[in-house]
Design a protein around this ligand. Structure first.
Ligand SMILES: NC(=O)c1ccc[n+]([C@@H]2O[C@H](COP(=O)([O-])OP(=O)(O)OC[C@H]3O[C@@H](n4cnc5c(N)ncnc54)[C@H](O)[C@@H]3O)[C@@H](O)[C@H]2O)c1
Length: 372
């Protein structure tokens, strides 16, 4: 089978990450190499330079042309949040498969519309960039918890903190507006924690949350401007299973770089993960004195595909290669490992419920992510 024709829109942090994934996926996992057809960014000369560097055959500064191109089967969308809905919907309408970075969209209404459109295009695969679901340690944790290694899970405690906005003197950016950024820490970071939380614990029934803006105004070139979305959020969570959880996320947590950290407490043990040490799990089983450190290694299939040696560590960008492998498999007819747009909508419902709760319980009772 010929490799898929790929278009990449956006060449920043995530654009480069998707480009590396498309270039490496056949080397790591086998199969036909993707055909890197079109790269899109602005302005035109930047797009041309990056197409040459990333190995794409052609380039354009016009994303509408790119999503219509007949050589393209799948579109990787790695642009800022405000462009996600327009670009994803145009790609779906043009008959393409879509690999879209999180969060899905600026608003819940936009995410609902996108999921509805994807449902009307069942032959086309959608995938959202929840790469942290793909690390071997996380996959091992999810499997062990599902198999009952720590018994029946009754509590989840999760945090996703970074400090990229912690310095109060940092300038205002578009990420701090509802119109361009959408949600704040919840949309940027919290959605990743929700993706892991619901994979481990099952769907969320209800949340009660508070949000905080710690720096209400920041300096823009036009003078001080208001920060419109949350710097941090704190929530209590009730799962459909009856288990309970605590959840917090912040973009102003001094010293925290990628503290995507959780623990699941069960009737027979506790499991702990922290993305800053993404190659290990800490596991306590009932009766033991403390926690045992489990390192990732080639006994986990998605580790072995990259490296035969235990403890040699799997990295952030490699998660994207695994995600790309799963996308290609779904396009080839394998069951989707998600999150697709329907499962992504379930994640959006949780973060938007947290954003609007203002200390009151918000019922969700969604079940769409149950299979993730
Ligand atoms: N999955 C993850 O772990 C992860 C990490 C970081 C960011 N993200 C998400 O990825 C998305 C992009 O974030 P980023 O950090 O890569 O941003 P970035 O600013 O580094 O890159 C955005 C890219 O989009 C391009 N772009 C903007 N408007 C365009 C247009 N009209 N046509 C073509 N290209 C255009 C920019 O020139 C730039 O190359 C965001 O939605 C963000 O939430 C996901």
């Amino acid at each position: 089978m010929a490799g898929l024709g790929v278009a990449l829109i956006g060449t920043g942090f995530m654009g480069k990450c998707h480009a590396m994934a498309w270039r490496n996926v056949a080397t790591v996992f086998g199969g036909a190499p993707a055909r890197l057809e079109m790269l899109c960014d602005t302005p035109k000369d930047r797009a041309a330079a990056l197409a040459s560097r990333f190995g794409f055959a052609r380039s354009s500064e016009d994303w509408q042309t790119v999503v219509q191109d007949p050589s393209v089967d799948v579109v990787s969308i790695t642009t800022p949040n405000a462009l996600h809905r327009r670009m994803a919907e145009a790609a779906l309408r043009a008959g393409k498969h879509v690999w879209l970075e999180k969060p899905m969209a600026l608003t819940l209404a936009d995410a609902e519309a996108m999921a509805a459109l994807a449902a009307r295009h069942p032959a086309q695969v959608t995938m959202l960039g929840y790469n942290y679901l793909r690390s071997p340690a996380f996959q091992a944790a999810a499997k062990m918890i599902a198999e009952g290694t720590i018994g029946r899970p009754h509590a989840f405690r999760g945090v996703y903190d970074e400090d990229y906005s912690a310095d109060p003197t940092l300038p205002w950016t578009w990420r701090m507006t509802k119109a361009e950024g959408g949600l704040g820490a919840l949309g940027d970071l919290g959605c990743h924690l929700v993706s892991q939380m619901v994979t481990l614990m099952g769907p969320v029934a209800e949340v009660t949350a508070l949000t905080q803006v710690t720096v209400p105004e920041r300096l823009s070139p036009d003078g001080p401007r208001a920060v419109e979305n949350e710097d941090s959020a704190f929530a209590l969570v009730r799962f459909v299973s009856g288990a309970l959880g605590s959840f917090a996320t912040s973009r102003v947590a001094q010293g925290r770089k990628c503290r995507l950290q959780w623990e699941v407490q069960g009737s027979d043990g506790t499991m702990v993960f922290d993305q800053e040490s993404m190659n290990e799990l800490l596991i306590h089983r009932r009766g033991e004195a403390g926690f045992t450190r489990h390192l990732t290694g080639p006994e986990q299939p998605d580790f072995a595909a990259f490296c035969p040696a235990p403890g040699h560590n799997f990295g952030f960008n490699e998660q994207k290669v695994v995600e790309c492998r799963d996308l290609i498999a779904a396009i080839g007819g394998a069951p989707s490992r998600g999150p697709d747009f329907a499962q992504g909508l379930a994640i959006e419902r949780v973060i938007h419920a947290m954003a609007t709760s203002d200390g009151q319980p918000v019922c969700i009772r969604e079940t769409a992510h149950e299979d993730a």
